[in-house]
Design a protein around this ligand. Structure first.
Ligand code: IMP
Length: 433
């Protein structure tokens, strides 16, 4: 099966756990056959890495399609854009030889802008909350989405290009924010003039990339182009359907792709779920299968489970089939890519969580409310492990029997076919079946 068959009727790639499943690698693999790659949610809190010829490349805001010469890359209206970070990413990757130009990258004029007060508020709120905080990336994500909903205190990419009104907006919003920051957090006042100078300069630099991406997307769809929607974060971090409040602030399940881009629902038929062979989570929130012990540390070391964006150590644990089945159902997943299977080599036994018990009662489904989730006791099934290093395997058949049995068991539990298996970071270490 080639990359193009996954794009039949266009596709969306989505994380099925708490993020960091390796979506970047699969988007990169599929983008070889795609014409348009579209990011629809989140901001510079995301981190996608791809390994090309042994060299690691990362993006936070840029769609992973920028590493292919032939693709058009769109940043949709559902994203929150830190212009400084975007320009840095364009510069770094251009220096590495990738061509990122207004012909290959377009940013929606409707995309909301992360302003200095958003980052300040994110950090101040987390500091004030102490141990009760969310454990955010402090990239200003939540406050930017909150202002999007407030409307009068929001700034969109299109606003950066209109200097007179931008100046007026920044002055007005800064005056209000300074009152709040000094009263609530004892922060020093922000200077509207400095912010205006900085952001109008970003506006001048970004202007050539700004476009009506919703219109471009519909044109591309009508012309029969192959479109790939690049999810960021994951279903269990979705603001509505994730483990609220320990979530990010965007609609990062597949359900957000339509509002986050302006694509019509019938334009996407394939929903490709990405999951690791185990579970990880960054930041706070209940995590039923967490192994805060030697097992978790071994997974962390072998899987290099440290955040791409913040370098925080990730919490690690066994695969949770109850949680993933929930995400599969929520996201309408049609096939799955199983990532980082090689990390589990060397365990004598591997556990899979197949059910939950709450106060002794078995519950057959996932609950996102953190009060219940914090109380669940995972019910485990134990499978034999394998000792072989999988990183050189290049076909499904060459995997040891125990690894194949593990994949088959996961597939049965989540109820959708596992079509891709990744055993290493390189493009070639992706097995298709
Ligand atoms: P925020 O997105 O910075 O507001 O952080 C909210 C929560 O989502 C924190 O627990 C973050 O660690 C988590 N989070 C946000 N983006 C990602 C991601 O891409 N991978 C994993 N966790 C994430």
């Amino acid at each position: 099966m080639s990359a193009s068959s996954f794009l039949e009727g266009n596709a969306c790639v989505v994380g099925l756990q708490w993020g960091d499943e390796g979506k970047g690698k699969i988007v990169d693999f599929l983008s070889e056959q795609a014409d348009v790659i579209v990011r629809y949610c989140g901001g510079a809190n995301a981190g996608h890495s791809v390994m090309i010829n042994g060299v690691k490349h990362s993006t936070h805001l840029l769609p992973v399609g920028v590493f292919r010469e032939h693709t058009l890359n769109l940043i949709g209206n559902g994203v929150v854009l830190d212009p400084q970070k975007l320009l840095e990413e364009i510069e770094v990757n251009t220096r590495k030889g990738f061509s990122i130009t207004p012909r290959t990258l377009k940013v929606s004029y409707k995309t909301h802008v992360v302003m200095p007060w958003h980052k300040l508020e994110d950090a101040a709120r987390e500091a004030a909350a102490g141990a009760g905080g969310i454990g955010t990336t402090k990239r200003g994500i939540g406050p930017t989405y909150a202002d999007k909903m407030h409307r009068t205190s929001a700034i969109r990419v299109g606003d950066l290009l209109r200097e007179a009104s931008l100046k007026e907006k920044i002055e007005r919003i800064t005056t209000d924010k300074n009152k709040v920051f000094s009263a609530l957090y004892g922060e020093k006042p922000l200077d509207a003039r400095t912010i205006f100078e900085e952001y109008s300069e970003y506006g001048r630099k970004i202007a050539p990339f700004v476009d009506d991406t919703g219109y471009l997307l519909i044109q591309a769809w009508r012309a029969g182009k192959k479109i790939l929607f690049e999810g960021a974060h994951a279903a269990l971090l979705d603001v509505d359907h994730g483990t609220y409040p320990y979530v990010t602030s965007s609609s990062c399940s597949t359900l957000g792709l339509f509002s986050g881009t302006g694509a019509p629902p019938q334009c996407v038929r394939q929903y490709i779920g990405i999951m690791k062979a185990y579970s990880t989570r960054v930041g706070g929130g209940p995590f039923p299968t967490e192994q805060d012990n030697e097992i978790g540390q071994r997974i962390r070391d072998r899987g290099n489970e440290y955040g791409t964006t913040t370098r925080r150590p990730r919490r690690c644990g066994w695969f949770d089939a109850v949680a993933v089945k929930y995400s599969v159902d929520l996201c309408g997943v049609t096939s799955v890519a199983l990532m980082l299977l090689d990390v589990l080599s060397g365990f004598d036994q591997i556990k899979i969580c197949t059910g939950y018990r709450v106060k002794g009662e078995r519950i057959p489904y996932f609950r996102t409310d953190v009060e219940t989730l914090a109380e669940v006791e995972p019910v485990y099934e134990t499978l034999p492990g394998w000792q072989t290093d999988l990183s050189e395997c290049r076909s499904f058949e060459s995997l040891p029997r125990e690894a194949r049995d593990y994949i088959d068991r996961l597939q049965t539990l989540i109820g959708v076919p596992i079509r891709m298996v990744s055993v290493g970071p390189d493009r070639s270490a992706t097995l298709i079946r």
